[in-house]
Design a protein around this ligand. Structure first.
Ligand SMILES: [Zn+2]
Length: 325
């Protein structure tokens, strides 16, 4: 737990290191024959998602900002839903099923989207929030349905690579940074500064794939832009714009992105809630959260603020993408 920002704080749940997290994902993928077959069919699964009803681009507006949910991939999570959300009760699952029925696959499997977001403001400049699971050869290849489709989905959304002047990474898990660089380490968005919480970078273990695959190449290219705490990423202080909001727990330096443009702002949540069961029952922990107690508190705070200020939630892994809690 040496990567914890506050080592004096005690936690009731043991948090897996990223290496362990990868081990869990890989091990679970290898354990289920049906699941394994699906994941082995990665390229085909990516070309023709099983959940074909999910559009690859869904757009919502807040003031002058266009917020586009971009579907990088869809697949089945390695393992069962009860296995990764062991605290969830029958009642929690029943409510989750009403919120996101497409998440419920056969034999208690979890069907999920892997989404990024693009925010286009006045003038056409684009901020990308997360970059998905990436191409074949990206670190997520061991367990996720690669290749993702983000480049073609961006084209479909009318976004060129050099329209992107900012990339915000909510956190440094493999399914959120995959298209940041290509497998040779060349940045995919060479005109963009890449905004990551400093805490997130400092929490990475020496052998974490995020360090070698994404942090070091970005740093070498002069594109890494570490930030501390709540910061305005676009727009002046006190004005409408994009704000990076620390939402720790899933990882130590996890951040969400608030897009304020009109009466109803949009909160791009990242992995504060990874499944509708955590929307239905915010106390339900996800097995791979770094710090489950902090994640739980963060979830409650984010949902309470969303209700108070009428935020629309934009999620990363729910098949029913946007929610008003
Ligand atoms: Zn994720």
């Amino acid at each position: 737990m040496t990567h914890r920002p506050d080592p004096s704080h005690t936690h009731t749940h043991t948090a897996p290191h990223t290496a362990t997290r990868r081990g869990v994902l890989r091990g679970a993928a290898a354990a289920g024959a049906g699941t394994l077959a699906l994941w082995a069919a990665g390229p085909r699964a990516a070309a023709a998602p099983r959940h074909a009803a999910t559009p690859s681009v869904i757009t919502r507006h807040t003031g002058p900002y266009e917020v586009m949910a971009l579907l990088d991939a869809h697949g089945t999570f390695p393992g069962t839903q009860q296995g990764v959300f062991p605290d969830a009760t029958e009642a929690d699952w029943a409510r989750a099923r009403r919120l996101d029925p497409a998440a419920f696959g056969p034999d208690d499997t979890w069907e999920l989207d892997f989404r990024c977001y693009a925010v286009r403001g006045p003038g056409g400049r684009v901020t990308l929030v997360d970059t998905g699971i990436g191409p074949a050869g990206s670190p997520a290849s061991d367990w996720a349905p690669v290749p993702g489709r983000l480049p073609s989905v961006l084209r479909h959304a009318g976004i060129e690579r050099d329209d992107v002047d900012t990339v915000i990474l909510t956190h440094l898990h493999e399914d959120h940074f995959g298209w940041t660089v290509d497998p040779e380490g060349t940045p995919m968005f060479p005109d963009a500064r890449h905004v990551v919480q400093r805490t997130e970078i400092e929490s990475l273990g020496a052998d974490d794939s995020a360090r070698s695959y994404v942090v070091e190449p970005l740093r070498r290219a002069g594109l890494l832009h570490p930030v501390d705490g709540r910061v305005k990423v676009r727009g002046r202080s006190g004005c409408a714009g994009l704000t990076a909001v620390p939402t720790p727990g899933h990882t130590p330096g996890h951040q969400s992105v608030l897009v304020e443009g009109g009466r109803h702002s949009i909160m791009i949540t990242g992995d504060v809630l990874v499944h509708a069961v955590q929307l239905a029952a915010p106390d339900v922990a996800y097995r791979l959260e770094d710090d489950q107690d902090t994640a739980r508190r963060t979830r409650h705070t984010l949902l309470a603020e969303a209700r108070t200020h009428h935020h629309l939630l934009a999620t990363a892994h729910l098949n029913h993408t946007f929610h008003r809690p």
